[in-house]
Write a protein that binds this ligand. Structure first.
Ligand code: HEC
Length: 165
């Protein structure tokens, strides 16, 4: 009976050691994953803005051509970029202000739904003014957005395509 205690004690010690080994291994893996996560590429605020810039431009020409399907697509690209700013750029204080675009976007969505060129134009001007309002408020006033004169790319046709019946 006396010998059994040292044996039990040794078993307990071995399993305890095994557990520490496993904990250390897990900690190593957690550290490595955390490192990988920190190194993962995510677009910066300016990159999202450059994307928005392209869709802002295309949206204008879609509206000009009364190509409402394309306009609907482009405005949703802008809205997606806004969602991504909120998701991936939480640490930037400017992200808290991004919803200031909502009233102008709602109005544009409405114009697209109603296929109303006049409402589209006035809402697009409001949207553009709101872009610049935020740039001024965030000390990026040197980034001035305007109604575009030309589409961003020459390889896209903004005219409405004949729908197949
Ligand atoms: C919430 C505030 C805010 C709103 C609203 C906003 N922007 Fe910006 N924009 C910024 C900030 C901040 C930067 C600078 C980003 C950086 O640090 O690179 C910027 C930069 C830009 C740039 C320069 C990007 C580059 O790298 O050259 C463009 C173009 C731009 N915005 C277009 C727009 C357009 C178009 C809209 C409206 C549809 C808009 N922005 C709305 C805050 C805003």
């Amino acid at each position: 009976m006396k010998q059994i205690f040292p044996i039990l004690f040794s078993i307990a010690l071995i399993s305890c050691n095994q557990q520490t080994d496993q904990t250390q291994l897990l900690q190593k893996r957690v550290d490595s994953l955390e490192h990988q996560l920190a190194e993962t590429y995510k677009p910066g605020f300016g990159e999202f803005m450059s994307g928005i810039q392209v869709h802002h431009n295309k949206l204008w020409f879609a509206g000009e051509n009364e190509n409402w399907k394309l306009a609907d697509f482009e405005i949703h690209e802008i809205m997606e970029a806004i969602d991504n700013i909120k998701k991936y750029q939480k640490e930037r204080k400017e992200s808290e202000m991004i919803d200031m675009l909502n009233p102008a976007l709602d109005s544009l969505n409405n114009a697209i739904k109603l296929k109303n060129p006049k409402l589209f134009k006035s809402s697009f001007i409001t949207l553009t003014n709101t872009c610049n309002q935020c740039h001024r408020q965030t000390q990026f006033e040197f980034n001035v957005v305007k109604i575009p004169d030309q589409p961003p790319f020459s390889n896209q046709d903004f005219r409405k395509q004949l729908e197949k019946k």
